[in-house]
Structure formats: structure tokens, C-alpha cells
Ligand binder design. Structure first.
Ligand SMILES: NC(=O)c1ccc[n+]([C@@H]2O[C@H](COP(=O)([O-])OP(=O)(O)OC[C@H]3O[C@@H](n4cnc5c(N)ncnc54)[C@H](O)[C@@H]3O)[C@@H](O)[C@H]2O)c1
Length: 181
């Protein structure tokens, strides 16, 4: 679907992981700033409220992401901002970290950020503007014990964010920034 991106419609922000914590606070801030919001969170119930949509979606699953982003576009007609906030943590000794621990952390924090960003950036490229904010972590620079998988996943998000903007051969679809909490 190719929406019209009508400039008269309110600006729309998609926030992954918007059902709790930092994501919920980001949504509150965006609503205060006049945005209509769509929260994509696997722990969320589907609902429509005065400030936007809550959509149940798993950021690791391409079909779930595609369905959720299509729902946002068919409801609001545009996406101006994406905040990739969905994340999972892990503090576990390196020697005890299982492949399933690793895949869970990398799957949500890194693959999820990639999938949602790519899906939304396709529309932003078509619209000619947009902004993506990825949530990193100080774990990428601090040597916190037991955070190998978590720091690796967030570090990769930080590196990949820069490449979307500056990477040769990439069409620049959006301004991408990483914030650390
Ligand atoms: N809290 C901190 O001190 C801190 C520090 C640095 C970075 N961060 C980062 O900030 C972000 C938010 O952290 P938080 O503390 O608010 O955590 P939180 O657990 O309160 O919120 C994370 C949200 O992501 C959702 N989520 C998890 N897996 C998902 C999936 N597969 N699909 C869709 N949604 C999924 C959860 O349901 C939850 O609502 C995370 O990326 C985290 O790594 C947090």
C-alpha cells in the first residue's frame, strides 16, 4: 500500500516496546508534543485510544511487523517517526549464556530493530522524510559483567544506525539516531 502522506494529517510516531517502561514514557512525551502514536508491543492488547493505536506485534517476526506497520499506515496514512525501544536484557555469566539466551537477546534488540526499521524506512523513503531513533545502552561502552549478549546486541544497533545514514550504496531513507539510556 502506498499512502498519501497528507501533510494536513497529524504527525505519526511508531514506538516499539511502548507497553511499558521507557517506551510508554516516550509515547507520553510524543502525545504531549502533538503526535498520534502507535505502540507495537508483543505484550499489548489491541486497542484504539484517544492518542492512537496499541498493536500486538512481535518485532522479531517479519510478518507480524509487516502487518502492524500496514495497520498504522492504513489507519493514519503516514509515519513520521519511529522509536525502536522494544528490548530485552540479560545479565548472565558468559560461560553460562546459552544459544537460546543469545538468540532471544539478539533477536529482539538487533533483528527486531532491523525488521521494523526496514519496513518503516520503505515508507519514509517513498514519503521523502522521516526520523528513526534507536535505543542503545551504556552497556555498549561500560564493561558490565554478564552483559556480553546484551552489549553485543546494542553495540550492533549503534553501528548499524550509523550505516543506514552513511553507508555507501544505501539509499538514505531516514535520519537515524541512537540514544543511550
Ligand atoms: N531500563 C534501563 O535502565 C535501560 C538502560 C539502557 C537501555 N535500555 C533499553 O531501553 C529499552 C526499554 O527498556 P525498559 O527498561 O523500558 O524495558 P521494559 O521491559 O519495561 O520494556 C520493554 C518493552 O519491550 C517489549 N518487547 C520485548 N520483546 C518484544 C518483542 N519481541 N516484540 C515486541 N515487543 C517486545 C516488552 O513487552 C516491553 O513492553 C530497551 O531497548 C532497553 O534495552 C533500558
Amino acid at each position: 500500500m502506498v499512502p498519501d502522506g497528507d501533510p494536513k494529517r497529524p504527525r505519526v510516531a511508531v514506538v516499539t516496546g511502548g507497553a511499558s517502561g521507557i517506551g510508554a514514557a516516550v509515547i507520553a512525551g510524543l502525545v504531549n508534543a502533538g503526535y498520534v502514536t502507535a505502540s507495537l508491543d508483543w505484550a499489548a492488547e489491541e486497542k484504539v485510544s484517544s492518542h492512537g493505536l496499541s498493536i500486538s506485534a512481535d518485532v522479531r517476526d517479519p510478518e507480524s511487523v509487516e502487518r502492524a506497520v500496514s495497520r498504522v499506515l492504513s489507519t493514519f496514512g503516514r509515519i513520521d517517526v519511529l522509536v525502536n525501544c522494544a528490548g530485552v536484557g540479560l545479565t548472565k555469566a558468559f560461560l553460562e549464556t546459552s544459544i537460546s539466551d543469545w538468540n532471544r537477546v539478539v533477536g529482539v534488540n538487533l533483528t527486531g530493530t532491523f525488521l521494523v526499521s526496514q519496513c518503516v524506512a520503505r515508507w519514509m523513503a517513498h514519503a521523502g522524510s522521516g526520523a528513526i531513533v534507536n535505543v542503545g545502552s551504556t552497556a555498549t561502552v561500560l564493561g558490565t559483567p554478564g552483559q556480553t549478549a546484551y552489549a553485543a546486541s546494542k553495540g550492533a544497533v549503534v553501528v548499524a544506525s550509523g550505516k543506514v545514514v552513511y553507508g555507501s550504496g544505501d539509499r538514505v531513507a531516514a535520519d537515524v539516531a541512537t540514544v543511550t539510556a
